[in-house]
Design a binder for this molecule. Sequence first.
Ligand code: BGC
Length: 409
Amino acid sequence: MSEKKFPEGFLWGAATASYQVEGGIENCDWAKAAREGRVPVCGRACEHYTRYEEDFDMAKNLGHNAHRFSVEWARIEPVEGQFDEGEIEHYRTVLKALQARGITPFVTLWHFTLPLWFSESGGFERKDSPEIFARYCAFVVSRLGDLCENFSTINEPSVYGSNGWLRGSWPPFKRFALTDLVAITNSGRSFEGKPTRGLSPLFLWRRVMKNLAKGHNRAYEEIKKVRPNTNINFVHHVIVFDANWNPFNKLAAWFANWNWTHVFMKRTKGHYDSIGLNYYFYTQFGDTRQWRKTDMDWNFAPEKIYDALMILKRYKKPIYISEAGLADAADSGRAEYITKQVDAAWRAIQAGVDIKAHIYWSLLDNYEWALGFEKRFGLVEVDYTTLERKPRPSAYVYKAICEANAIVE
Ligand code: BGC
């Protein structure tokens, strides 16, 4: 029997995001888009807003000692510049519930959904959006920072920008007309409504990406003024773009990695204490292999998280694997996927990458954005009629890893 041990103090857990699980959020851009029939209705989702204690009990029983969740901007700042202390109190109670179970929290300040007042006035296209975002972030950390050390400002800037302004599949549904020519892939299927098509989304996308980086940098500075000891990062979705032997493909892969991952890292240089890595996707230009697929139709390539970690190694910061997982309703490949992925993370540690945590996406089945509730990412299955929760068999395979702090073979 061989044992692949992880460093002492390594953190294991799962993640959720407010809009995808909480339920009852109506004053944000996604809820509005749903009312307009442009994306599926989220409604009560998993009612995690009221059932979080039960969910954290489950996480605890499944061996987790860390948990990542997001706070909902639309709840906390429902009107521009006006903060709701009642909602802050709610999230304080959530943090205390984690604390009581000995689970280390990771709070994401913004995970895709925007308050209506902000999205309707231009969102991240607005010139003053970096300041607006930084004010919100600093406020939240000033109120929650005594209960949590780890905060992520933005979840997946590259995904947000490309789905909103290049593919046009997410609010604000702007589609760059030439997007069809290149492979930008995240949410599985293109939105079937009518995005605004044209060339201008490309310029708006560039502006949004710059404002996101500025917003993060500003937020980092403002947060450090109020809570200097917090660990601040943003969560980066790293797609591994690879190439076969063909030099043109190699060039294409280099450019894709540069554009998707490195540009944002450069723009935020000096403004992060660590990096959050979300890994889902490996693609190779010129690939002729027939890949086994997940329910999202993504290549089943858990071991390639190693390449994603190597892509980030050069930034010489601690890395938290903040999301990694797959949609697998039958739960037929999840245990294998997790084990292979954790094994790859272990190999990356041996190769000198400073990894602090592995957080699976997701604790619960949830609202998978433009794809609604059909895709099942959860360690825990949710019956959407009764909202009953039931851990899947793979959750126990992950539990064994979490509790041993090792892969035992
Ligand atoms: C996002 C999650 C999403 C998951 C699966 C990530 O891009 O952060 O919100 O549910 O991927 O698609």
